[in-house]
Design a protein around this ligand. Structure first.
Ligand code: UD1
Length: 426
């Protein structure tokens, strides 16, 4: 099998202006939402990610036809012929968001059958909230080994659903099912990530009636007439955060022209606390001017609008050569600190205890390049950022994980001046 890895020669300050693609965590669920109404839909600003390709494969198995337009970022999705068919287990298991097919298929066909979803190994990642919610809406859940069958022969019914934690995926799955369910379904303690709000915007354009109330409650009035949609996926705040961190790590200056800075409030506040300069041009976007003598900061990951768990690995990379000690608590996923062991290969001084770490920054001249291995999307990106900050050569394997979440990753970095090369080996 062909192995790909990056070779990074770090120590070069990044500079330039880039834009980011559509948000991975929005586009996947938005594609799934198109199954709710059989018609010809169009999504704009769709990133070419491995997870998007996998979902398109599943759509084709379901009888849909998907076609990229000439601009390379618009995708038409014709769900007119969609029907219930067995789906490839290997594709379903290649990414987490395949679970989001359950809601629309169950609500539309009265049954859904999928293999247990895969995705990044960042924790146990149970799906009990999804399944309990469907049961409360009248579905029967059967588990046969890896196969999950959810049945609602007489259809689902509206319910008041209370989540003990604001799960992004469970909120989205139930939201999708509720759009086709008669009555008003209420989700209490719902996730309100920007990607969930973007999905709500799409569903409203499709004809759904969805209200947001405090505290964190979503109400869906279902079974109303729907129509085909055209929607532009919001820009990826997590991709933007990754490149901003790369600029900070290298003491560079970059602008991301198409990101709403308010979606990165806490992250930008932490960069500012470190001594990096964040400026917000009147024309929109964010400019980050990095310093090579940044101060360490501590943080805890939380649901939006708290510090995003997806930027934890990215932000922790910046701490390995900052002045002082950083305490990080990963409170969302219990196993999302694996990348830290790789930082140690570079000479970072840190300790890990369960879901917490303490990193004491060392002078970057004492850090060295190393052979690093990523095991999840953001962890792999965090390793590249660490490598960019050290004036030495590193290699990074496991980039198939990174491809699930970043479109043209090394091209964008090269454009900003980074010395990063993709090596392909048989
Ligand atoms: C989504 C994002 C992921 C992000 C995460 C948190 C997508 C495709 N992925 O993942 O990038 O890091 O939100 O912002 O959008 N939980 C349960 N039972 C459940 C569901 C979740 O206990 O049924 C727990 C999880 O184990 C985790 C926490 O809830 O500890 C948050 O998970 P959740 O918000 O559901 O994350 P995902 O939707 O999987």
């Amino acid at each position: 099998m062909r192995e790909c890895y990056f070779v990074v020669d770090g120590g070069v300050p990044l500079s330039g202006v880039i834009s980011v693609g559509g948000a991975k965590n929005a586009v996947l669920v938005e594609l799934c939402s198109l199954l709710l109404f059989p018609g010809r839909h169009c999504l704009h600003n769709v990133p070419k990610l491995a997870d998007v390709t996998a979902l398109i494969e599943l759509f084709e198995e379901l009888g849909c036809s998907c076609c990229w337009l000439e601009n390379g970022t618009s995708l038409t999705v014709d769900t007119t012929q969609s029907c219930l068919r067995p789906l490839s287990a290997s594709v379903l298991q290649s990414f987490r968001a395949s679970i989001l097919l359950l809601g629309p298929l169950l609500a539309r066909f009265g049954m859904a059958e999928i293999s247990y979803p895969g995705g990044c190994p960042i924790g146990a990642r149970p799906i009990d909230f999804h399944l309990k919610a469907f049961e409360r809406m009248g579905a029967i859940v059967e588990v046969h080994g890896d196969l999950l069958r959810v049945i609602a022969k007489k259809g689902l019914h509206a319910a008041r659903l209370v989540f003990e934690y604001p799960s992004v995926g469970a909120t989205e799955n139930v939201l999708l099912a509720a759009v086709l369910t008669r009555g008003t379904t209420t989700i209490v303690n719902a996730a309100l990530e920007p990607e969930v709000l973007d999905l709500i915007q799409l569903l409203r354009s499709m004809g759904a009636v969805i209200d947001l109330n405090v505290p964190a409650t979503i109400s869906v009035t279902g079974a109303l007439p729907l129509r085909a949609v055209e929607h532009t996926v919001l820009p990826d705040r997590l991709e933007a955060g990754t490149y901003l961190a790369a600029a900070a790590m290298t003491g560079g200056q970059i602008e991301i022209s198409n990101i709403d800075p308010e979606l990165l409030d806490v992250f930008l506040m932490k960069l500012d606390e470190m001594g990096h300069t964040v400026t917000l041009p009147a024309s929109g976007g964010v400019v980050l001017t990095g310093t090579l003598s940044a101060r360490a900061v501590s943080f805890i990951t939380m649901p939006y609008p708290g510090f995003p768990t997806d930027l934890q690995a990215i932000m922790s990379a910046l701490q390995i050569c900052s002045v002082g000690t950083s305490k990080i608590h990963e409170s969302v996923f219990e196993n999302r600190l694996v990348h830290l062991g790789e930082f140690q290969k570079m000479g970072a001084t840190l300790s890990v205890a369960g879901d917490r770490t303490c990193i004491t920054g060392v002078d970057r001249s004492l850090l060295r390049g190393a052979a690093l291995h990523g095991v999840d999307i953001r962890g792999a990106a965090g390793l590249v950022i660490a490598a960019l900050g050290v004036a030495d050569r590193s290699s990074i394997t496991g980039i198939q994980h990174l491809r699930r979440g970043y479109d043209r990753f090394e091209e964008r970095l090269q454009y900003l001046g980074a010395r990063i090369q993709l090596v392909e080996q048989d």
